[in-house]
Every structure is written in C-alpha cells, then in structure tokens.
Design a protein around this ligand. Structure first.
Ligand SMILES: NC(=O)C1=CN([C@@H]2O[C@H](COP(=O)(O)OP(=O)(O)OC[C@H]3O[C@@H](n4cnc5c(N)ncnc54)[C@H](O)[C@@H]3O)[C@@H](O)[C@H]2O)C=CC1
Ligand SMILES: O=C([O-])CC(=O)C(=O)O
Length: 281
C-alpha cells in the first residue's frame, strides 16, 4: 500500500491556497503573510495574470507560488479558499474534497447547482466550509436548526451600485440606475436569487444552508438610492428562540458588491483552526 499523506493538523501546520486574488483573496493573503495566523502559511495563489500577481505579492514577506490553473493547487495546499467568480467553484473545490481536504467557499450560491460536491466530500472525508462571510448569526441559525425552525426571512437592501448589472435585473428589464426611492427588485427564494444575483446574494444561500434550505427561506432584495451600506436583516422563528438581526456592511472600495467584513470572516475562521480557545460555533 502506498504511504498515506499525513493530513493537516494545527501542530504540524497547514498550507493555504487562494483561488482568485481579488477583493477577498488579496485581504486574506495579506493576513496570512509571514505566519501572522498561527499554524498556517500561504503556499499558492491561482490567478489569471501571473505577472501582475507576482508584482503585487512581491511586497509580502513570504510571497506564495503563483499559478494560472485551479487544478494544480491541490498538491500545493491542505486548504483552499475559493474567492473567484462563481462559475469556477467546482474546478476549485472538487480536487480538494476528493483528496479529503478542506475547501472554504465564498461563492456558496454556486453550491446549489453542484450539490454532488458535498457527496464527494462525504465519500472522501473532505469538508466544504461556508464561512459567515458578509452575514451574521449563522451560529444561532445552525443551533436553532438542531430543533425546529418555523420560518426564516431575509431582507437585503443594497446601494444601486451593489446590484446594477445583476442578470435577474437585466433579464426582467428592471431599471434601477435612476431610481429616487427604494425599490423592491426581487421576492422569492435563495435558490432563485443564486441564479439571478450570482455575485450579490451568496449570503442568502449561506443563511438557507444553515437553516431551512434554499427553497423555504424567504428573501426580499431592495435597491436603495440613498443607502451607502449593504444591509441584511434576518428574522428567524424557531421552537427554541425567535431572533432578528441586522448587519450594515461597508462596501469595499475595490468591489461595491462585497462588504469589508467578508475577508475578515475568513481570517477569523482560519485563526480559529489552531486557536487554543475557540469562541462561537
Ligand atoms: N459568502 C459571502 O458572504 C460573500 C461572497 N462573495 C463572493 O466571493 C467571491 C469573491 O468576491 P470578491 O473577492 O469580492 O470578487 P473579486 O471580483 O474582487 O475577485 C475575484 C477574482 O477572481 C479572479 N479570477 C477571475 N477568473 C479567474 C480565473 N479563471 N483564474 C483565476 N482567477 C480568476 C479575478 O481576476 C479577481 O481578481 C465572489 O463570487 C463573490 O460573489 C462576496 C462577498 C460576500
Ligand atoms: O452576499 C454577498 O455576496 C455580498 C454581500 O451581500 C455583502 O457584502 O454585503
């Protein structure tokens, strides 16, 4: 029998690969640099333009290897962070979960069209992690889901620039560029929203996966011309508790669809992996 490759452990240390060096990927790369997150090192990044990425990463204390294909990441890392456009999710995640490794997934909306990845992870002892990302309270939602959740409702309000160009708006001829009052542009399920707003509503899918699923969760999306933050309100009614929470995310300068807290959520997750004290579930 060939020798089994030893799996990652916090004591031995782990190598992290980043797939997609954009708003989230760059922030996480900086946070990992030089052993700043105990137990982890940044080993490789997959990008489109290698020369541009190398120039950018030269400022790091320990620049990672730069590659231009997703399928060469797996031998180079124990954990992959998927933070690329959603259509690449299967190519990034599959090699890692097939090897029994961990894939941290930000474009989680795309998981709904690739549920086989969860089965692959189950069969090979891998794990797909959906961090709380731009949302809040998934600890309470998963706890409530151990009992019975009756309803989950989410109302998202975004500045116009955080929604403009979404396929659902284009396909339905919904014009938001010149609105002067808040406009409800969508009411439906996270499953429908994942298709219609693939770069804007991953948070609704994360909420649905934590709670009662992408078909029973109720979602409204509003475009608001005076708002400057991506705002998500969650209302949960369960047998154990009733709760409502709101988060107002500061959009990043680079990508107005993505809140600053998204990368911080990933960094917090990575820091917990080897932490001697772990708070929250
Ligand atoms: N779950 C959550 O709470 C959140 C999820 N997201 C999702 O996370 C993902 C990443 O978000 P951002 O960093 O803001 O996006 P971004 O657009 O700033 O970065 C994506 C990067 O992927 C790169 N890329 C595109 N095609 C590539 C290829 N073939 N090979 C390698 N790299 C490629 C782009 O050049 C870009 O640098 C998006 O899908 C976004 O919708 C964003 C915010 C919150
Ligand atoms: O859901 C997303 O993908 C991003 C988002 O709403 C936010 O950053 O507030």
């Amino acid at each position: 029998m060939p020798p089994q490759e030893e799996s990652w452990s916090p004591v031995r240390g782990g190598r992290v690969a980043i797939a997609g060096l954009g708003t989230v990927g760059r922030a996480v790369a900086r946070a990992l640099d030089g052993g700043a997150i105990p137990g982890l090192s940044l080993s490789a990044v997959a990008v489109r333009d290698a020369d541009k990425a190398r120039a950018e990463l030269a400022a790091l204390a320990a620049p990672p290897e730069v590659v231009t294909a997703f399928d060469v990441l797996e031998p180079r890392a124990d954990i992959v962070l998927e933070c690329a456009p959603s259509q690449h999710l299967p190519a990034i995640v599959r090699p890692f979960v097939t090897a029994g490794k961990t894939a941290v997934v930000l474009s989680c909306g795309a998981l709904l069209d690739h549920e086989d990845l969860v089965e692959t992870a189950r069969a090979h002892g891998g794990q797909i992690v959906v961090p709380t990302g731009a949302l809040l309270g998934l600890d309470a939602v998963t706890a409530a889901a151990e009992g019975t959740i009756h309803t989950v409702r989410m109302i998202t309000r975004k500045p116009v620039r955080g929604l403009v160009g979404a396929p659902y708006l284009v396909e339905n001829g919904i014009e938001i560029a010149g609105i002067t009052e808040p406009m409800r542009v969508f009411a439906g399920s996270p499953r429908e929203a994942a298709r219609g707003f693939p770069a804007n509503l991953n948070v609704a899918v994360a909420l649905s996966l934590a709670g009662i699923g992408p078909d029973r969760t109720e979602l409204e999306i509003w475009a608001d011309p005076v708002l400057d933050r991506n705002t998500h309100r969650i209302e949960v009614d369960a047998d154990a508790a009733r709760f409502a929470m709101t988060i107002e995310n500061v959009p990043t300068d680079e990508n107005p669809r993505t809140g600053r807290i998204t990368a911080l959520s990933v960094i917090a997750y990575l820091r917990k992996l080897a932490a001697p004290l772990r708070v929250g579930t």
